[in-house]
Ligand binder design. Structure first.
Ligand SMILES: [Fe+2]
Ligand SMILES: [Fe+2]
Length: 255
């Protein structure tokens, strides 16, 4: 069900998850009356309202923003670009990689959580200042610290929504690696599937390398695969997951 403009402005909406239809990502929203509807990242007012509701429902977010001296500004332009581009593509790659893994490895991963998490993984960037997000040069130490909290912010924003623990964990740790030297640090009692994190992480990196960014050109398929192969040699990426990405790229990433 789609809301008309006046309804949209007056009713509170919340984000309930994400789905993929015909290889395109949509956010699943629920209005106050319980009606569910789908949207891409293009409806600015709707997204602003949903993200504002998430901030209001979790006081930890305001504390986190204060600690890092970030003004609570919701950048829906970024969310739109991310939904229609990078997050959608990360989901396509993650599901492609998953489907090319052996049954034994696949059995450690919940496919639906992987799908949903990859569609939502960078939602936290909606609160990262655009001068950092779009800086056409290397980030300094302070800026890098701020940028690196986007996965924690995404987790905090979404943890009051109706998402599974596995989805939330994949969003929170999508910048972790096999050596656990990524961010944020994993807790001692970590129960999330390393393989799920490996898949979302390699899909995220490959998607990013194959896009042009303000600070670098789009890399070729071979260049992107070589960069990720270095991470296999450093023990950060599981060889089986890399091999599945390699086959995915050969089969589907044709330009
Ligand atoms: Fe990210
Ligand atoms: Fe990403």
């Amino acid at each position: 069900m789609l809301l008309n403009k006046s309804n949209r402005e007056n009713k509170k909406v919340s984000l309930k998850g994400a789905v993929q239809i015909n290889h395109s990502s949509f956010f699943v929203y629920k209005d106050k009356s319980g009606n569910t509807f789908l949207k891409t990242g293009e409806d600015e007012k709707l997204h602003k309202s949903a993200v504002q509701n998430m901030i209001n429902s979790n006081p930890h977010i305001a504390r986190l923003l204060k600690r890092f001296r970030i003004k609570p500004n919701i950048d829906t332009k970024t969310l739109n670009e991310l939904t229609c581009g990078h997050m959608n593509e990360t989901c396509n790659i993650a599901i492609g990689v998953y489907s090319l893994l052996s049954g034994d490895i696949k059995s450690h991963v919940d496919k639906e959580s992987l799908k949903e998490a990859s569609m939502l993984h960078d939602l936290g960037k909606v609160l990262i200042p655009s001068k950092i997000l779009n800086k056409p040069a290397k980030l300094n130490v302070k800026e890098r610290k701020i940028m690196n909290i986007h996965s924690t912010l995404g987790y905090e924003l979404l943890k009051t929504q109706d998402l599974s623990e596995e989805t939330l964990s994949l969003i929170r740790y999508h910048h972790q690696n096999l050596k656990h030297s990524g961010y944020p640090a994993l807790p001692q009692e970590n129960t999330s599937s390393d393989i799920g994190v490996q898949i979302i992480s390699i899909a995220d990196k490959y998607s990013a390398l194959r896009e042009s960014r303000v600070y670098r050109r789009r890399l070729s398929r071979t260049e992107a695969l070589l960069i990720l192969y270095r991470e296999v040699r450093e023990g950060k990426i599981m060889p089986a997951v890399y091999n599945a990405l390699f086959r995915y790229a050969e089969l589907y990433d044709l330009d």
